[in-house]
Design a binder for this molecule. Structure first.
Ligand code: SD4
Length: 289
C-alpha cells in the first residue's frame, strides 16, 4: 500500500470515505475532505456513537467531542458540546476564527450559535428508547466494537501530498455527566504532523489519553516504524500497563507517503481505505486473537 491521494477512517464508514474522496478527487484540500467525511456519521441517526442520534450520558444529555488538525499544525476542538449536529465543523471554526484551540460546554455552544449553527434536539426515538431501557439497570459497561460503527477518526492526504485529520464522537454511551474522552484532545484522539504522518484513535478514551496515543504513533513513525508497527507499539504500551480484559482501543495511521496501517487490542476492529482503486474495508491486526 502507499498511494496519494488517500483517505482512511475508523470502522466501516464507507459513506464518510466517499464524501472525503469526492473532494480529494476534485483537487480539494485534505482539510475539506476530512471535515466532509466526519459530517456523514455525525448527521446519521443510525450511528449511535456520533452526533445526531448519539447515545447520551447517564443523565440523558448528548454531549459531543470533536477535533480537527491541518497540515500546518493548526487545530481546533470542542468538548462537551450539546445541541449541535456537526461538532466537527464547529471545531474547524474554533481553529479558523478564534485565537484558541479548544472550546468547551456552554462556551462552545455559544460560539457555535454565534457562527450560525442551529440548536437542535440530538436524541432520536431510537436513542431515547435505548436510554430508557438502560435506566432500568443503569449498569455502566462500555461495549467493545459496537456494531462496527463508532466514533469516527478520519485522516487523509490530498493531491498536493498534504495531511489533515478529524475525529468526532458522542463519547462512551452512558458516561458520567461531564466526562470528556480522548477524541477532542490533540495528541490523544488525533495527531497530524505534515512531515511524518497522522494517526487517530477509537475505543476507550481513558486508555488513549493516559498514553497520549496518537502523538505517540506519529512520533514512532518519525523514528522509522511503519504505520502498523507504530500502532502496534502504542497498543502494547497500553496492554503492558493496564488491564484491558473488557476494553477495546484501535489506532489507524497514515504516513506521508500514503502507506497506512492499524492495530487494536481486540479483534473486530476494521477501517475503511479509499484510493483511486475504490474503497476497501480492512481488518486490523490485534493483540488478542
Ligand atoms: C471516547 N474514544 O469518548 C471515544 C469513544 C469511542 O469507540 O471511540 N468509542 O472515549
Amino acid at each position: 500500500n502507499g498511494e496519494i491521494p488517500i483517505v482512511i477512517s475508523t470502522w466501516a464508514n464507507k459513506g464518510a470515505n466517499k464524501a472525503a474522496w469526492d473532494l480529494l478527487e476534485g483537487g480539494k484540500s485534505s482539510l475539506d475532505a476530512v471535515e466532509a467525511g466526519a459530517r456523514i456519521p455525525e448527521g446519521d441517526p443510525k450511528d449511535m456513537s456520533v452526533g445526531y442520534g448519539g447515545r447520551p450520558d447517564r443523565e440523558g444529555n448528548v454531549t459531543l467531542d470533536a477535533c480537527i488538525m491541518d497540515k500546518d499544525g493548526n487545530c481546533g476542538s470542542v468538548t462537551y458540546l450539546q445541541h449541535i449536529k456537526h461538532p466537527i465543523s464547529v471545531a474547524r471554526k474554533v481553529m479558523e476564527e478564534t485565537p484558541h484551540v479548544m472550546l468547551s460546554g456552554d462556551g462552545a455552544l455559544k460560539f457555535a450559535l454565534d457562527q450560525g449553527f442551529k440548536k437542535e434536539d440530538l436524541m432520536t426515538d431510537a436513542s431515547r428508547k435505548q436510554y430508557k431501557k438502560w435506566l432500568e439497570t443503569s449498569e455502566y459497561k462500555p461495549k467493545v466494537n459496537i456494531e462496527l460503527h463508532d466514533t469516527i477518526g478520519i485522516i487523509a492526504i490530498d493531491q498536493k501530498g498534504e495531511l489533515s485529520g478529524a475525529c468526532t464522537t458522542s463519547g462512551l454511551g452512558y458516561k458520567m455527566a461531564g466526562r470528556v474522552g480522548d477524541s477532542p484532545i490533540i495528541g490523544a484522539g488525533l495527531f497530524v504532523d505534515n512531515e511524518v504522518g497522522s494517526a487517530v484513535a477509537t475505543g476507550m478514551g481513558e486508555l488513549v489519553m493516559r498514553s497520549v496515543g496518537s502523538f505517540l504513533v506519529v512520533e514512532l513513525m518519525r523514528q522509522g516504524r511503519t504505520p502498523m508497527e507504530a500502532c502496534k507499539e502504542a497498543i502494547m504500551r497500553i496492554v503492558d500497563r493496564q488491564d484491558t480484559t473488557e476494553v477495546q482501543v484501535g489506532y489507524i495511521a497514515l504516513s506521508k507517503d500514503g502507506t497506512y496501517g492499524a492495530y487494536s487490542i481486540k479483534p473486530g476492529f476494521v477501517y475503511a481505505v479509499t484510493t483511486k482503486d475504490g474503497t476497501e474495508v480492512v481488518k486490523a491486526e490485534s493483540y488478542e486473537s
